[in-house]
Design a binder for this molecule. Structure first.
Ligand code: URA
Length: 225
């Protein structure tokens, strides 16, 4: 919502009054002087009039979690522990997942209460890169690099996967960068070249990497540069 509407709602002020306050430099948003009444504010914005906080803004939460194998990427599950069970924050019930990992996949999972952030991170058009470490049962041939770059046709969804970057780092291990996230995508891709994934771990999403000192089961807030 725009700042003038916000001021109107919280201070029962009309548009003109709101504009007047802004002109008189009496309004700040997130600590910065508001210079326009059409500034976008949301439920996380700290709007102050004459230094007084209006309303009760929510805390914006962007969380990274090191998901261990065996934990479900969901907020509720009847059978298994969920990623939410690993988070001890008073506002954890407000969190939703920014993409999922299979139960037997480990690594970086993001959670947030900020729908705009998750939308941006998951927007197919943004093609946010996700990097995985893959261990396979059989050796990975060099030809696989070209196959992953070409894409695989998935009959169920009637689509061809986007070019993926496969870097072979050992006879049975690779680093794979995807720009999308289809159901069981990596397992299905390796299945298509006659191999099988035995371990899968997500290292990063966009510019957010799993920190080396974040142990499985631990979480921390994402610090934006
Ligand atoms: N691809 C998979 O097959 N599993 C995951 O958890 C993520 C990508």
């Amino acid at each position: 919502m725009k700042l003038d509407r916000f001021l109107g709602k919280h201070e029962s002020a009309g548009r003109r009054q709101a504009r007047q306050w802004v002109v008189e430099r009496r309004v700040t948003v997130d600590g910065a002087l508001a210079l326009r009444v059409d500034l976008e504010v949301d439920r996380f914005s700290r709007v102050e009039l004459d230094g007084e906080l209006l309303g009760d803004p929510e805390e914006r939460l962007h969380i990274m979690l090191h998901k261990p194998v065996g934990v479900v990427s969901a907020t509720v599950d009847a059978e298994h522990p969920t990623v939410l069970d690993l988070i001890d924050h008073p506002a954890k019930e407000s969190l939703h997942l920014v993409g999922r990992l299979d139960r037997n996949t480990s690594g970086l999972v993001l959670l947030t209460n900020d729908g705009q952030w998750s939308k941006r991170m998951m927007d197919p058009a943004a093609k946010v890169p996700k990097v995985y470490r893959v261990e396979t049962i059989d050796p990975i041939p060099d030809e696989a690099v070209a196959r992953f770059a070409e894409g695989f046709y998935f009959h169920t969804e009637d689509l061809t996967t986007l070019p993926a970057l496969l870097e072979i780092i050992g006879p049975r291990s690779a680093r794979l960068t995807l720009h999308e996230g289809r159901y069981h995508q990596i397992k299905r891709m390796f299945h298509r070249i006659g191999n099988r994934v035995v371990a899968l771990h997500r290292e990063s999403i966009g510019d957010i990497g799993l920190p080396g000192d974040l142990a499985p089961g631990e979480w921390r807030r994402v610090i934006h540069e």
